[in-house]
Design a protein around this ligand. Structure first.
Ligand code: CUA
Length: 167
């Protein structure tokens, strides 16, 4: 068979190989990294506090009574629900120096809870219970935002933690 390319066609083949091998190696490497992080490093959903059916969040304790309650001296638990486009409650008041545990989930779509000043950053999946604890040392306002796009009024979904000076 005539070989018009001669050595040239061998070069093309090597170029192809140089592309094909990384294009196999990269996804294989990514899958391996996923497997190692998921099963080896134990990276998983934000908490294993369980699930409630998303449509029944509003009727299921503790989410039937969202709010702030004191659980011990200096410790508070905030039961919070999220829905388009609000947190309930959307204003939380605690005294300075409080340790606050948020027990929260979404009633409808994926939302997020971001409190930058308190290093809280959690996804709120429909019906998946997320539990996150933060310390509020300094008096002031700590804005909290939904940081997962959840529809047309996503940008209006925010609230705040008001940390009051100790009396
Ligand atoms: Cu809720 Cu974005």
């Amino acid at each position: 068979m005539a070989e018009p390319g001669g050595r040239g066609s061998t070069t093309v083949y090597l170029y192809e190989l140089a592309w094909i091998l990384p294009s196999i190696a990269i996804p294989v490497g990514m899958l391996a990294a996923l497997a190692v992080t998921a099963f080896g490093a134990g990276i998983h959903l934000p908490s294993d506090d369980g699930r409630v059916p998303a449509a029944e969040v509003a009727q299921t304790p503790p989410f039937d009574a969202p709010g702030v309650k004191q659980t011990a001296p200096g410790r508070y638990e905030v039961v919070m629900t999220s829905q388009i486009w609000a947190f309930a409650p959307n204003e939380i008041r605690v005294p300075a120096g409080s340790t606050v545990t948020f027990v929260t989930t979404s009633k409808d779509v994926v939302h997020g809870l971001l409190i930058p000043r308190a290093h809280v950053n959690v996804m709120l999946l429909p019906g998946q219970i997320a539990r996150v604890t933060a310390r509020f040392e300094t008096p002031g306002e700590y804005p909290m935002f939904c940081h997962e796009y959840c529809g047309i009024a996503h940008h209006t979904m925010w609230g705040k933690v008001v940390v009051e000076p100790r009396s």
